[in-house]
Design a protein around this ligand. Sequence first.
Ligand code: APR
Length: 231
Amino acid sequence: MKKLVVLTGSGISAESGLKTFRESGGLWENYDVMEVASYAGWTQNMELVLQFYNERRTQLRDAQPNNGHRGLVELQKYFDVQIITQNVDNLHEKAGSKNVLHLHGVLTRARSTGDPELVYDIGYEPIKPGDKCEKGFQLRPDIVWFGEAVPAIEEAASLTSTADIFVVIGTSMVVYPATGIIDYVPKNTPVYLIDPNDVAVPIYRHIHFIREKAGAGVEKLLKQLLHEPPK
Ligand code: APR
């Protein structure tokens, strides 16, 4: 089976009711990103950071995958699909996608602040000040904050370098190193991009642009890949 690698961003979860970041009404319109999604913010106001992620985790409990997530599951019938997501929601997994690599962590996990190896599945439960790991250190969201290393980036680049088809869905492609994996797409691999808005793709190559929301866009992609397979 051909290898189909997909890079997803918050846009794929928009139709599930989860906010994107940089659009009007997005998360970064109501929060100062450096206060709630950086280590400095954590040291300055741990309660605010915990509250920010507790609210998003609670919202995630009732969120359901949309046709965009489900369409990627359908693609698993025809391709060896590997998803690389910037999202911290679990909607790809809820939809049934098998190979999902999270670059920025996951909302449903907590991590020890004293031993990064200590990670706990917490589902949709809140993390509170005083919640500690078995070694007595405060728990934090298992999320990659701005300025922190992205441990999965090498694996993501390696997976991308094996892609026969590369698809970008629902990301403004402004955050690195996540966006930088597109540099690893083999030169003869077709690139498809699904987004209802224009996206400045930071590479000079032909892009098959599907100007749709994720749900309709993945449906169109499936048709194009099955009936007009890339050369
Ligand atoms: N379907 C598909 N794409 C959509 C939809 C939709 N229904 N609605 C919006 N979009 C697109 C927007 O046009 C935009 O290009 O999704 C993209 C969202 O961009 P951002 O808000 O910048 O989100 P994202 O690219 O995922 O941000 C990357 O930034 O803040 C950090 O860690 C955070 O993982 C996040 C990273």
